[in-house]
Design a binder for this molecule. Structure first.
Ligand code: PLP
Ligand code: COI
Length: 360
């Protein structure tokens, strides 16, 4: 066996204005990172300490780092937008900070104070403001996360942690603009179980989704819809997005069962939809409801929602025994109206009547 040559890449930070502008012209999603990051350490007996805003750089890690073995890790995702007047604001960072605390509790990790979470995100956005895209629905995606930093192979909560925030300019999550996605209904593989950690934002849930995602791709689908783990009949969510079902003037999202993520976009849409005159409710939705109500025409549209993907229409659904087109397979009217309202508020084109935007 030959040994591969290891390429040594110099870290050239900050990037030049020209390099940054080239990236911002077509950032995609999660491919490029800004010049800085925030790090804050936690040590048992000492609490949170050594908060730093530093150049974006690789982390050095012991091979016995506990995160690498037992996955004690949590993350968040939120966006900062540049508004028409040039100012920058992030969307509901407090809600992300609170969910981060919930995830921390579930993973037996220390809770970062809400204000520290918000300050850390603000500090990074202030420092790397030039990286906030200025066109259309583009944004700066912030990825706060926490890992265990203790080394050792004993299975127990670590006694040291590192919290970080990195940022990545984001265009559309799905390339090709707003086009409906195809969904594979996974009737045997589940993402999370009752009493498990499906409502925490932790890496293990995403690892658990990858095989079903690969199977979906083999069936020609872009995303997987997971069902509940007990009866295999109740629709829960996608691997990285919540779902909404549109019945004419009413929108319905699956109830929070403990095994799906309480999405902040999902929550915001319950309110925004009511503002626009729709009925909006949380309820259990079965695959039979999905299939039969599409067939009888009462289920007019289905869409997915999340920070990264915003609102994305569902165009085609496939399962082992069935396949159907959602509506006419094109983005639906209600879906697009909600999308416009949400993005309008986030980008500053519409007024922020709920005080959701956090100005920097
Ligand atoms: N469900 C999962 C599994 C997710 O990863 C995400 C993304 O964050 C969502 C739903 C949507 O949540 P939010 O709207 O808070 O981004
Ligand atoms: C988000 O929308 O923030 C997500 O976390 C989804 C995905 C990128 C994991």
């Amino acid at each position: 066996m030959t040994t591969p040559t290891i390429e040594l890449k110099p870290t050239a930070r900050p990037l030049s204005d020209t390099e940054r502008e080239a990236i911002l012209a077509d950032p995609g999603f999660g491919r490029f990172f800004t010049d800085h990051m925030v790090t804050i350490r936690w040590t048992e007996g000492r609490g949170w300490h050594d908060a730093q805003l530093e150049p974006y750089a690789p982390l050095s890690m012991d091979p016995a780092n506990m995160t690498l073995h037992y996955a004690q890790t949590i993350f968040e995702g939120l966006k900062a937008y540049r508004r028409p007047d040039g100012t920058v604001a992030s969307f509901r960072p407090r809600a992300n900070a609170e969910r981060f605390q919930t995830s921390a509790r579930r993973l037996a990790m220390p809770e970062l104070p809400v204000e520290t979470f918000i300050e850390a995100c603000d500090a990074l956005v202030q420092q790397d403001k030039a990286w906030v895209p200025a066109h259309g629905e583009s944004s700066l995606y912030l990825r706060p996360f926490m890992i265990a930093t203790e080394n050792g192979l004993g299975v127990k909560p670590a006694n040291e942690y590192l919290f970080l925030v990195i940022a990545s300019p984001a265009g559309a999550y799905f390339s090709g603009g707003v086009k409906p996605v195809s969904i594979w209904l996974s009737e045997d593989r589940v993402r999370a179980v009752p009493g498990g950690m499906g409502d925490a934002k932790t890496g293990g849930n995403y690892a658990a989704s990858l095989l079903a995602q690969a199977e979906a791709a083999e069936k020609g689908c872009e995303q997987v819809a997971y069902l509940d783990a007990v009866e295999h009949k109740w629709v829960e969510e996608l691997g990285g997005m919540n779902l909404y079902f549109v019945y004419g003037n009413k929108i319905v999202t699956p109830s929070l069962t403990g095994s799906l993520l309480p999405g902040i976009t999902r929550d915001s849409l319950l309110t925004l939809a009511r503002d626009l005159g729709y009925e909006a409710e949380e309820a259990r939705v079965s695959i039979d409801d999905w299939k039969n109500h599409t067939a009888d025409g009462s289920l007019t549209e289905v869409f997915a929602c999340g920070t990264a993907a915003v609102i994305t229409p569902v165009g085609l659904v496939k399962s082992a025994g069935a396949e159907w087109t959602q509506g006419d397979g094109e983005p639906g009217k209600v879906t697009m109206r909600l999308r416009e309202a949400l993005l309008g508020l986030q980008t500053g084109a519409e007024s922020d009547t709920h005080g959701w935007m956090h100005e920097l």
